[in-house]
Design a protein around this ligand. Structure first.
Ligand code: GLV
Length: 316
């Protein structure tokens, strides 16, 4: 069986070695193709991160495409247009949940312990202890409760902060074993009004693009904090900046942006209450990802449908 890999972020040989090793474990023989080096070679399965459309269009025998990340917004519409009917399968956790939980936990503690206030005081050589907010009312709200959201929410709950969530359906059964209030997206304003730290882990879809604009974010209590580690375009960045300037939003930890890399002249870079990381909250780990993809290919070979197949109508 032939597997093509298109991943600009990782040396090809790392994928090849890991895929060959895990193929052996599931009893399959694989030929792994370096797609950018051999764009004409045809594959049965493709493992991709942001592949060019002309290459994907030329792959005529694909049985499934694996997205080498959690978010599928860059590939789902393209694949659906070029090869309708070819299933798109996302990575499910594969070592990313723990990284996301670490990232969000740091952001929540940074907000709770008023580190943005102390950074400002340090810049003025000011020594001024500040009161801590009461923990029981320091609610952390998770907007999106997929694999990444649930992993982060479990960690923050274990840190003894009250949590709540908002998901497309508001179905509490989908809360991944978490017992917390779950709001539906139609109740977004009500959810935001309860939320002192907003953790955005929504997929980017037609429904979520630009969802968090000035009007929506204004429902947060004054001085609320924002963490975005999913996709930049879920938030209107100009509106966010206005709310930061007005103090309505007290601080922001941002890993993702509508345009990446964030342009050098973007005012977010210089805002004293914004921390920026270069889309690193949860990075794809080659070993666990290759193991998961090979297990799913083995399931397909047995005639089963693996988990993680993207619903093209919903876009995630
Ligand atoms: C990274 O952003 C991913 O979707 O895995």
């Amino acid at each position: 069986m032939r597997l093509a890999v298109w991943d600009p972020d990782e040396p090809f040989r790392r994928w090849r070695d890991a895929l060959v090793q895990h193929a052996l474990e599931v009893g399959l023989a694989v030929d792994v193709i370096d797609a950018p080096a051999q764009p004409e070679a045809q594959a049965d399965f493709a493992l991709v991160w942001k592949p060019p459309s002309d290459w994907l269009a030329g792959q005529l025998g694909l049985r499934a495409v694996f997205n080498l990340g959690a978010g599928v917004d860059a590939i789902a519409p393209l694949l659906h247009r070029l090869h309708p009917g070819v299933p798109l399968i996302r990575l499910e956790d594969a070592g990313m949940g723990r990284q996301m939980a670490d990232y969000v936990a740091e952001g929540v503690l940074h907000a709770y312990r008023r580190m943005a206030d102390y950074a400002e005081q340090q810049a003025q050589q000011r020594w001024q202890p500040l009161p801590l907010p009461p923990r029981a009312s320091f609610r952390v709200g998770f907007l999106g409760l997929g694999q990444m959201g649930a992993a982060a929410a479990r960690r923050v709950a274990a840190m003894e902060f009250p949590i709540l969530a908002c998901t497309r359906s508001g179905d509490a059964r989908a809360a991944g074993g978490l017992s917390c209030p779950v709001y539906a997206l139609q109740q977004l304003d009500e959810f935001l009004a309860q939320t002192r730290v907003l953790v955005v882990l929504l997929p980017l879809t037609a429904d979520t693009r630009g969802l968090l604009d000035y009007a929506a974010l204004s429902h947060l209590p004054p001085g609320a904090h924002l963490i975005n580690a999913s996709r930049g375009a879920v938030i209107d960045q100009a509106d966010l900046l206005d709310l930061l300037h007005g103090g309505q939003i007290g601080s922001a930890l941002l890993d993702v942006f509508a345009t990446e890399p964030l342009p050098a002249d973007d005012p977010l870079w210089r805002h004293p209450r914004v921390r920026i990381t270069p889309h690193v909250a949860a990075q794809t780990l080659v070993g666990p990802a290759a193991a998961q993809v090979m297990r799913k290919i083995a399931a397909i070979e047995r005639g089963e449908t693996p988990s993680g197949v993207v619903d093209m109508r919903l876009g995630y």
